[in-house]
Ligand binder design. Structure first.
Ligand SMILES: C[S@@+](CC[C@H](N)C(=O)[O-])C[C@H]1O[C@@H](n2cnc3c(N)ncnc32)[C@H](O)[C@@H]1O
Length: 259
């Protein structure tokens, strides 16, 4: 799945994608001289900002995509470095800030995942993450509908489905999970990011860089393009051809500090 990530496709909506990052970063208290871990660091430019904001001595950005890490390498230096690792398996200790912007949705079983991330934290460590909560939006819902149609259903054989959307919990469930894990302070909120896109077709470009990635990995190139074209049709049928199109994108931002 990871190798299907395309950094240039992802960066196409950089300005819009950085808004939730800025909001998440504002929730994190600096940890001068501390250790920071950025899970699913992508192209690394936001990891560099996280590193500066925290005043960390050491920040490690990890990602499972070689293509993303290839871009991130340019930011290496002054305590910032990058490694290939899977969020589902990584194990570190004594981290002051575990940060994950738009990446945990790719990993299942969030109650267990948060429990594991909590064990990586140092005393008074902070956990901060942001996940999309857009599974009920036509842009996300219709991908699952098209995936259940033939010839895609057979070709996918259960792969590339929308597990990453189903992994995301409700905001109150995150708050409860953080409390169960012993959070001393916490802040969880649902926020709608409204993006004015040129038209509904731009939504397809947006999700090509993220949500459709597992489908790209699971399907032969020709069939993947047929999938995208059928998905675009379904999207236009539901949304109409609005120009511009207001893309209301829900996201959950969560921050907690532990004892
Ligand atoms: C939507 S991008 C977010 C990138 C970056 N955090 C940002 O805010 O721009 C999601 C990133 O998570 C990475 N990713 C997905 N699943 C992963 C996993 N299981 N382990 C590590 N990285 C993963 C992808 O390769 C991708 O770079």
């Amino acid at each position: 799945m990871s190798d299907a990530w395309d950094p240039s496709q992802y960066e196409q909506f950089q300005a819009q994608r950085r808004m939730p990052f800025d909001d998440l970063l504002a929730m994190v208290a600096p940890v001068p001289g501390g250790k920071v871990l950025d899970l699913g660091c992508g192209t690394g430019s936001l990891t560099a900002e996280l590193h500066r904001h925290c005043g960390a001595a050491e920040t490690l950005g990890v990602d499972s995509s070689e293509a993303m890490l290839g871009q991130a390498a340019a930011h290496t230096g002054e305590g910032l470095h990058f490694e290939r690792a899977d969020i589902a398996e990584i194990d570190r200790r004594d981290i002051d800030v575990v940060f994950a912007n738009a990446s945990l949705q790719w990993v299942p079983d969030h109650p267990a995942l948060l429990g594991r991330l909590r064990t990586m934290l140092a005393t008074r460590g902070q956990l901060a993450f942001q996940v999309p909560a857009n599974a009920d939006h036509p842009s996300h819902r219709l991908a699952a509908v098209v995936a259940a149609e033939e010839p895609f259903a057979t070709a996918l054989g259960g792969r590339g489905r929308d597990e990453h959307l189903r992994a995301v919990l409700a905001p109150d469930a995150y708050a409860e999970a953080l409390d169960r894990l012993g959070a001393r302070e916490q802040h969880v909120r649902l926020q709608v990011y409204g993006h004015h896109l040129p038209g509904t077709a731009a939504v397809v470009e947006w999700v090509r860089g993220t949500m459709l990635t597992p489908y790209r990995a699971a399907l032969e190139p020709e069939l993947y393009e047929a999938f995208v074209s059928r998905y675009s049709e379904a999207l236009e049928a539901e949304l109409g051809s609005q120009r511009p199109y207001f893309y209301a994108f829900k996201r959950i931002l969560a921050w907690a500090r532990f004892a």
